[in-house]
Design a binder for this molecule. Sequence first.
Ligand code: ADP
Ligand code: MG
Length: 712
Amino acid sequence: MRRLSQLAGIPVTQLTGVGPKKAHGLAALGIHTVADLLMHYPRRYLDRTNQARIADLAIGDEGMVLGTVRRVQSRRTRNRRSLVEVDVGDGSAYLRCTFFNQSWRASQLKAGTNAVFFGKLEQFQGRRRMTNPVVDLVGDRTGRIVPVYPQSEKAGLTTWELGGWVEEALGRAGTFLDPVPDDVRRRYGLVDRTAAMRGIHLPESAGDHREARARLVFDELLRIQLVLVRRKRRLEASAVGVAHRFDGDLVGRFHQRLAFPLTAAQARAIAEIDGDLASPVPMHRLLQGDVGSGKTLVAVSALLVAVQGGHQGAFMAPTEVLAEQHHLGIRRLLDGLTLAAEGDNLFGERPVRVELLTSRTSASERARIGTALAGGDVDVVVGTHALIQEGLAFRSLGVAVIDEQHRFGVEQRAALRGKGTAVPDVLVMTATPIPRTAAMTVYGDLDVSVLDELPPGRTPVTTHWARTELEEAQAWAGVRAEVAAGHQAYVVCPLIEESDKLEVRSAEETFRHLGEGELAGLRLGLLHGRIAPKDKELAMDAFRAGDLDVLVATTVIEVGVDVANATVMVVLDADRFGLAQLHQLRGRVGRGRAPSWCWLLAAGEEASPDAEARLGALERTTDGFELAEIDLGLRGEGTLMGAQQKGRSDLRLASLRRDEVWVGRTRDVAFCLVDGLGGLGAHPVLVEEVALLLGADEDDAPDDRTAFLFKS
Ligand code: ADP
Ligand code: MG
């Protein structure tokens, strides 16, 4: 019985015909050991009995054809790009494959070569054509179903060679030890690992392949869930939290004073959070909700539970602008709310004390706030994520809220983990709706509450993608009309990721242009990352007060800015922005009762298919969850898992969309195994595989940024 870890100790050079040169080629594919090789799964299968013929493929279809190269031609296009044209025939018809900027194709695809071409069939000047298809050299391999491996043409490996080595490795490996308990396998009808390994590489039928894939997907997702669930349980076991008391009336009075009733979603989230807060197990909860769903109120409610019981709260925002915004917002929410005062206070009551601490806070203020926090004279401190690094001492920090918006930093969360004395309850907020399965994967070590409902009285934002100059002119006319009606507007400047400096310059230019041109005569303000803090504040204040008609800004307004009178937004070069980001930006309008508009400017004929899909989706819907699904489909989970490097490297077959049900099932299994008799220790082979494929759990490493939270 073979373990994967044993195969991970055998270098590929032990296989027949793998000399230094081939080993080098394999290394380029990330294959060093026999285990790597066996986990290099076929990218598709060539079913010789069920082969699409060129003549059968319809224009616009994606498909795969096996054919023989008849003629190859290399030339340069007018704008100096290399172009290789390959004519392929399969007896039924001809197909022309064109490759841009892949001049090496000319030597790869010589006349007479058999290859599989996978791509979308187009019609061009009366001919069948594929542009930049994926090519797999199949050689003269026989067999009914032939696996086609992702390969490195430049490294000089063919799918044929890879297949041969895999076959040899499978033969020599024999039977695999299966780390998943029998009863779990039975429950979900999963084949054993030996069958899975054979079935993915050498399927004899589509059924074989399907079963094999299901099993390997299960393994991939289970490993990730084991890491997350173990992390969650360890944290709960290793730390003692605060069991908050609910006998005060501060939170109740806060809710009563609100000018509106809570949405059902808010009430549910608050109840879930209160449940966590009442328990001595430290809370680690994610609050997910679309822009404008009212997360702040839920967060403040949690902070007040801490304050009510004599503890303190911290609220951390990703940027200083946001910290300032939140500070204002929270003060406004708490305005007039009082608390029984200790000591000899004449009135027996005092206001809830909220302070702001950012890098702009002066040294003397900082010292004063520091002392006040240590002495318990501040109830809630608002700051940036840098609060974590500050080395501040609290008298008793009870609840920490981390507003991370769409930044998936695991670091801040890690920084709040600790050992020893009472650990604060942590609420992480994100404004990016994440599909449920993705949340379970990216944030699987947290509990999740969802605000899936917007407060009533919002009018959905009407979104137009302005593709032509005429439509662009309509956008500016729209801005003028709204301003004339007493409303306000945002103009979002082009995003320039490469350089902050260029972005600022372009924002300044946009500001000037608009002031002299399209928006001449209106009162414009400018806001970007390099404007002096004081001026930034002035601009924001002026806009809030209605002394500015239009705020021309970079993405600094992406989050947190809350001006209900702003009813129109124009985004320049909208195709440069990501879908989630545009959705965030758009959330700045439509916050009041008046109808709102969002104009996305991007020349129609220049838009890439991807940009077209993004902008089109925004025109169609304002539902953040739907957009998140679309985004996931467009970008793939790779990007989503960006922060979770380890997880990404192990998602080879599994797709969070396609394999949604398996995400939930593996999570259940992970809980069963971690919480079962003997814990994960009873499954040493699984533990070994998790360590092998996902690396050692970094949780065990001490993290000195935790210091400030535990100084109390
Ligand atoms: P988020 O942070 O989720 O984007 P906010 O907390 O900033 O949303 O709330 C958006 C706006 O909705 C704020 O102006 C807030 O006062 C208002 N709001 C929050 N909850 C409710 C509610 N239940 N009913 C009406 N308005 C609400
Ligand atoms: Mg908010």
